[in-house]
Design a protein around this ligand. Structure first.
Ligand code: UTP
Length: 399
């Protein structure tokens, strides 16, 4: 092993790696250690990031959208027909809360028939705008192969495969709560996908800039894998964002109550931002305008529209890394595989909401939550397989 790496392991007192100081170190581990950002180890001891000055950001509410729906749709369709809108499916997450050990999109949400999450998302995309929207699917090293195979096996759920491109996101090592880098196997660190904020960088790294240029894509609608009811490349949303003159749009839903655990759209230091529920003071959570609407009352659902031109600008700066607690299987000092039942490790993630903060402006665009928000995060309870099934049924979708 190179002396510089040895020194790093010694300086940071790595309990699971010290045995490699003397003997042979598997080539893959050495490479992973060389490529990793060691500065992230310091982040676990840092205080929580100070937030800036928050102010409300008015959403375009349904009451304003409804009378202008056709105008927005016409504008959105015009742009979509010109081939200027692409869609990006963020499917690199590990979906640990669901407890399904394959790519989350492969989960069968059907009851009386098979209905895979990926299948439903493709159907939603087709419904909103037809078949010719370029679809970019972000996977991680952990689920890339199975995701590609699954799509192929199901004939891309009838979507034109010429319009589908896959790309893989980057990985970072996980550490235990004392900062010890974890081993997943005898020849690999416990690597995790680096969060959902790195998608555009990873797209460019995969050479997809050329694809965007060739197809003339000017807007990208980015969405999460788990909301089975969302509309994708929704012409009304596209039209409203473009006509408002914004470089970014965010679909939002009215919060169920002031303390609902969702991030609320706001301004932070004058820039569009998302304030997490734990950063909301009770005064902010309950503040209302003259008509009684909550000022921080619109939660994001991870469905954003970004101008590609702006993305090309912001990709030049790096995003902050967040420290997140997760359950990560690892080899203990005796080399035995441990599968923790409770969170045991920190992962380092970039988040898409930090990209919103880098945008010049953003239109929060209200959608009806019963029609467009059915996230599958947990196996049971809130935002679960059960609640999503109920919502699918309510919307007349046969499951
Ligand atoms: P979540 O925040 O729900 O994370 O992702 P997760 O890893 O999928 O699930 P849990 O927290 O372990 O249960 C929101 C969206 O961002 C994507 C997910 O696939 C999902 O669409 N994502 C998340 C990535 O693409 N990459 C990541 O590294 C993390």
């Amino acid at each position: 092993m190179k002396d510089t790496l040895k020194k790093r392991i010694q300086d940071t007192d790595q309990k699971y790696l010290s045995r490699f100081l003397e003997g042979e170190v598997p080539g893959r581990i050495e490479k992973q250690l060389e490529e990793m950002d060691w500065s992230c180890l310091g982040l676990i001891h840092e205080k929580k990031r100070e937030r800036g000055h928050f102010e409300p950001l008015k959403a375009m509410e349904l009451s304003e959208i409804t009378p202008r729906r056709e105008e927005f749709r016409a504008k959105g369709m015009e742009i979509i027909k010109q081939g200027k809108v692409g869609a990006v499916l963020l499917a690199g997450g590990q979906g640990t809360r669901l407890g399904f050990d394959r790519a989350k999109g492969m989960f069968n949400i059907g009851v009386h028939k098979n209905l895979y999450i990926f299948e439903q998302l493709i159907e939603n995309l087709r419904q909103a705008a037809g078949e010719s929207i370029p679809l970019y699917i972000m996977t991680s090293e952990k689920n890339d192969k199975e995701t590609r195979e699954f799509f192929k096996e199901h004939d891309y759920f009838g979507y034109n495969s010429d319009f589908i491109r896959f790309f893989v996101q980057e990985m970072v090592p996980a550490v235990d709560f004392d900062g010890n880098i974890l081993l997943e196997s005898e020849d690999s660190l416990a690597m995790s996908p680096n969060g959902n904020g790195g998608w555009f960088k990873s797209m460019l790294k995969a050479g997809l800039k050329q694809d965007l240029e060739e197809k003339g894509v000017e807007w990208l609608n980015v969405f999460a894998v788990d909301n089975v009811l969302q509309r994708i490349a929704d012409p009304v949303f596209v039209g409203a964002t473009v006509l408002s003159g914004c470089v970014c749009g965010a679909k939002v839903v009215k919060k169920a109550d002031p303390y609902e655990r969702v991030g609320a759209m706001c301004l932070e230091n004058g820039r569009p931002s998302i304030v997490e529920y734990y950063d909301l003071t009770p005064e902010m959570a309950e503040a209302v305008d003259e008509s009684g609407t909550l000022l921080y009352g619109f939660g994001v659902i991870l469905n954003y529209l970004f101008s590609v031109e702006e993305l090309m600008e912001i990709v030049k700066s790096s995003l902050p890394l967040h420290v997140v607690e997760k359950k990560v299987p690892y080899r203990d000092e005796a080399g035995v595989l441990q599968k923790p039942a409770e969170p045991n490790a920190f992962k380092f993630e970039t988040l898409i909401l930090d990209m919103v903060y880098m945008m010049k402006n953003c239109l929060p665009f209200e959608v009806c939550r019963e029609r467009e928000f059915a996230p599958v995060k947990n196996a049971v309870g809130t935002d679960s397989v059960e609640s999503a099934r109920e919502l699918l049924k309510k919307n007349g979708i046969a499951i």
